[in-house]
Ligand binder design. Structure first.
Ligand SMILES: O=C(O)CCC(=O)C(=O)O
Length: 252
């Protein structure tokens, strides 16, 4: 039997997470698990798209639009934990949960899950009235959205399925922004976004990461990502965890 990977969060990493709002943990997920996730992510997307095309009905799990080129573009499928045994295995992974528990200061409960695809798809989508938008995930935080759903404290965990290079649209974060009150302005199609003045590009850190790396950030941290011009997929499995006991871990 393969021994479990033991979590390695030091007191220094916990302090850094509290001050900066994010942590990068390379090699936390095994290569075989990443390969299982990739296969299931491909199958799952192909299945959702083929059902939509066959029924000419929008799937509420799939967030997609059209790029200016006219190509359909899939941002994410949510939820996925009920569709993929590989996702369930990662969401329940003891080592991952131990890390999240250390950072939350409480046992974690999974409260959100999605696969971020950020990729164009070759399907017949003329029947679908899709908005035309760009590839960029604009600057935002998720804390207010989660708070209105009853989760005042959330840690977001992103498992990198593919190389997350700058060219592939790696995640960008604004260190320490989770400790400030951040202005959000509404948009027509992409939810509330953070204006540049509140999160200047010059203050961003790009989290370039290999497959198997786990990125963890406080849901109140400003984050964003650009277009994927690498020609390769840049998928993330994104899991949201909140303290199992709401009275624990609410202080930042
Ligand atoms: O996949 C990405 O690049 C962005 C993910 C994100 O913004 C989120 O999960 O809130």
């Amino acid at each position: 039997m393969t021994p479990p990977i033991m979590p390695m969060v030091s007191a220094q990493q916990i302090d850094r997470f509290a001050s900066h709002g994010y942590l990068v943990l390379p090699d936390l997920i095994r290569p075989t698990t990443i390969q299982d996730l990739r296969v299931e992510a491909d199958m799952l997307l192909a299945d959702r798209l083929s059902r939509m095309v066959a029924s000419r009905t929008l799937d509420p799990r799939v967030t997609w639009w059209r790029l200016a080129s006219g190509k359909p573009y899939v941002l994410k499928v949510k939820p996925v934990v009920d569709l993929s045994p590989a996702v369930t295995a990662v969401a329940d992974d003891d080592a991952l949960r131990a890390v999240v528990a250390d950072l939350l200061g409480a046992p974690p409960t999974l409260m959100d899950n999605k696969l971020m695809y950020k990729q164009t798809v070759d399907i017949t989508a003329g029947w679908a009235a899709l908005p035309v938008l760009g590839e960029e995930v604009r600057k935002h935080t998720d804390a207010a959205y989660y708070a209105t759903r009853g989760y005042p404290r959330v840690l977001t965990v992103a498992v990198c399925l593919d190389p997350c290079t700058e060219q592939a649209g790696a995640l960008r974060v604004w260190p320490g922004s989770h400790r400030r009150t951040i202005e959000m302005v509404p948009t027509d199609n992409q939810g509330p976004v953070v204006p540049d003045a509140a999160a200047p590009d010059s203050a961003a850190v790009t989290l370039v990461a290999e497959p198997g790396t786990v990125l963890i950030w406080d849901a109140a941290l400003v984050h964003a990502s650009g277009s994927n011009t690498s020609g390769h997929p840049r998928r993330l499995l994104v899991l949201g965890y909140s303290p199992a006991h709401p009275d624990n871990g609410t202080a930042r």
